[in-house]
Design a protein around this ligand. Sequence first.
Ligand code: ACO
Length: 327
Amino acid sequence: MSSPTVPAFTVLGTGSRAPERVVTNDELAKTVDTSDEWIHSRTGIRERRLAGDDDSITHLAVAAARAALADAGLEPAAIDLLIVATCTPDLPMPATATLVQAELGLPAATTCFDLNAACTGFVYAFDTAWALLASGRHRHALVIGAEKMSTVLDWNDRTTCVLFGDGAGAVVLGPAPAGSGIVATKLGAIPGTRDLLLIPGGGSTPLAPGAPRHLQMKGREVFKFAVRAMDEVSRELLASRGLTPADVALVVPHQANLRIIHAIAEYLGLPYDRFFANVDRYGNTSAASIPLALDEACRAGRLRRGDLVLLVAFGAGLTYGGALVRW
Ligand code: ACO
């Protein structure tokens, strides 16, 4: 848990970019044994955006970052910290953050690194950026979640390929106007849950010939962990500042499944209209999902100065995390 005495920093601007290609459930049903009815009733997803070869993670991240910088009214030269949360980087090295830095024209003195906490990646990066800003070593941070999940899916596996999509979202963090600011963050990971959700191929662990190398998931178990972890971390975060779920104006949760979002609303005892969801149009974009949803929520006028906003996520690991922001 972060110290309550840190200087105030907050979200100064948001931006997002999704690939142009929309793939509906009906289109997927032409190539895998599924249906719009099954996908929508189990997940809330209607369509997702899928990247082509030209839509690199760097390309999506740069577009989202430019939009966030414009929203914040800042030039690239103001940024001195850049974190890209992704589990699908363009290359194993160098870090995507350095590629984004070059395209955006950020100063050489910018600290640039990637962070992988799967679907919790953005919340982990948000917490890390806040800690570095609060340390006094940095002034303005760009925190990006960018994923090309389409590259790690088995497009013949109907239990996973229907769930995910590609995209990027970004926020600029910097000194907060009076009365606003990041209030608290909390991160964690549940030991021994590796096999519930993993991509076994592509790392340095050799795979047996013919072994599956794409994303694998035990959906039902992940579902239960997800709801419990997001409920608990939300309550702990709020309680750490003497707050309750009723104080939250808007929850922007990880967009994996509408049924998970409804379940968290029920567990927290909050009406569903205090949640923002766009999983119907993007599917699960992993680390990109919260900043993409946050950007849409801002642009839709769902956030007002003084509102208490809760970001909460879970992902492979299984990792989980939350952040509370006074808007
Ligand atoms: N179309 C049609 N039928 C399907 C499909 C599909 N796309 N996928 C599975 N089915 C079938 C199964 O084969 C099974 O058939 P059977 O009963 O004949 O064996 C039946 O539907 C039920 O399958 P379940 O897996 O039990 O379905 P469930 O109701 O649990 O829903 C789902 C599956 C949507 C994956 C759900 O478990 C879920 O959302 N889990 C959480 C997953 C999640 O959020 N993952 C993201 C993690 S975040 C990250 O870090 C990546």
